[in-house]
Design a protein around this ligand. Structure first.
Ligand SMILES: C[S@@+](CC[C@H](N)C(=O)[O-])C[C@H]1O[C@@H](n2cnc3c(N)ncnc32)[C@H](O)[C@@H]1O
Length: 294
């Protein structure tokens, strides 16, 4: 091998290593598709909290308390946390004595949800987890008093589409809480993050939102608050069968017993339109992402 070939091979390997580092470490698989993001989170779910090192006091003070205050006028608010991960937001909110509502946490990584179930066991009676893609939320329009999505929009194939979906399931007058990635790595996430100085105006002008405020939150994230435009209505906890709908055909989902395949019956949700069956797993997670056909 001549030295020219040797140098070219070394440069090629360095280039390849940089691409792999960018795609898997910085972008966490987002440009390869949701399957790659989910695979990475499934793989690292057991160490996620250790890596993040959440501080209980900070989480309560900077997340749980402001959200509980924003919902203080509603007697029993219903909150959806999209891309809930290991249940960080449910934990911060349900620890607030002033919050007497219920939280639904949704994520596409089944292993992150398994961790979430364990880490929030003390709040199990006020908490439901759903395994599903944020791009197709399995809920009626205008359902929730607050919808949150923290540290996750940049991992979605189309963040705009997800924001539209978050606002769809928020009731008029409801609170939206979002993060936008900033910091040194943000420049390596084109089409996944929003320019910092345009984010507030973009939210206000592109979506049916008012009272939008973007605040500095963490080294890598700004936090955006907004309220869905329209005459405030409804609010408070509603039973799951009243709010859940099939992501495939849009019909209502009802509770049912389904054949688990080994002769026994298992708890499930059942679509009244296309008749797909969505099992409720042993850990209580409603598995919308992988329905069974009737
Ligand atoms: C950095 S974690 C944030 C978790 C949590 N919100 C927090 O602040 O700790 C990103 C989460 O987004 C989830 N996620 C990525 N793409 C998703 C999608 N398309 N639908 C639902 N969840 C998704 C991942 O599985 C992961 O749990």
């Amino acid at each position: 091998m001549s030295w020219v070939t040797f140098v070219l091979v070394v440069l090629g390997l360095i280039f390849l290593a940089l691409i792999v580092y960018w795609q898997f470490i910085i972008a966490e698989g987002t440009y390869l598709g949701s399957w790659a993001v989910t695979w990475l989170y499934d793989w690292s779910a057991h160490v996620y909290e250790r890596i993040k090192g959440f501080n209980v006091g900070d989480e309560q003070w900077f997340l749980g308390l402001p959200l509980a205050r924003a919902l203080a006028m509603i007697p029993a608010p219903l909150v959806l946390d999209v891309a809930t991960g290991t249940g960080r937001l449910p934990r911060a909110l349900l620890r607030q004595p002033a919050f007497e509502g219920r939280v639904i946490g949704l994520d596409l990584s089944r292993r992150m949800l398994r961790e979430a179930v364990q880490r929030t066991a003390q709040f199990a009676d006020r908490l439901t987890y759903i395994w599903q893609d944020a791009q197709e939320l399995p809920f009626e329009d205008g359902t929730f008093d607050a919808v949150t999505c923290l540290e996750a929009l940049e991992f979605m194939p189309d963040p705009h589409r997800v924001i539209v979906e978050l606002i769809r399931v928020l009731r008029p007058g409801g609170v939206l809480l979002l993060t936008n990635r900033i910091g040194k790595d943000a420049r390596f996430l084109p089409r996944r993050v929003f320019p910092r100085d345009e984010f507030e105006l973009m939210l206000q002008e592109t979506y049916p939102l008012e009272d939008v405020k973007v605040q500095v939150w963490q080294v890598d994230y700004d936090l955006a608050w907004g309220v869905k435009r329209g005459e405030p209505r409804g609010g408070s906890i509603r039973p799951l069968p009243d709010i859940m709908r099939c992501p495939h055909c849009g019909h209502r989902l009802g509770p049912a017993l389904a054949d688990s395949g080994n002769g026994a019956n298992e708890a499930a949700y059942h679509c009244r339109g296309c008749r797909r069956v969505y099992p409720i797993a042993e850990d209580g997670v409603i598995e919308i992402a992988q329905p069974r056909r009737p």
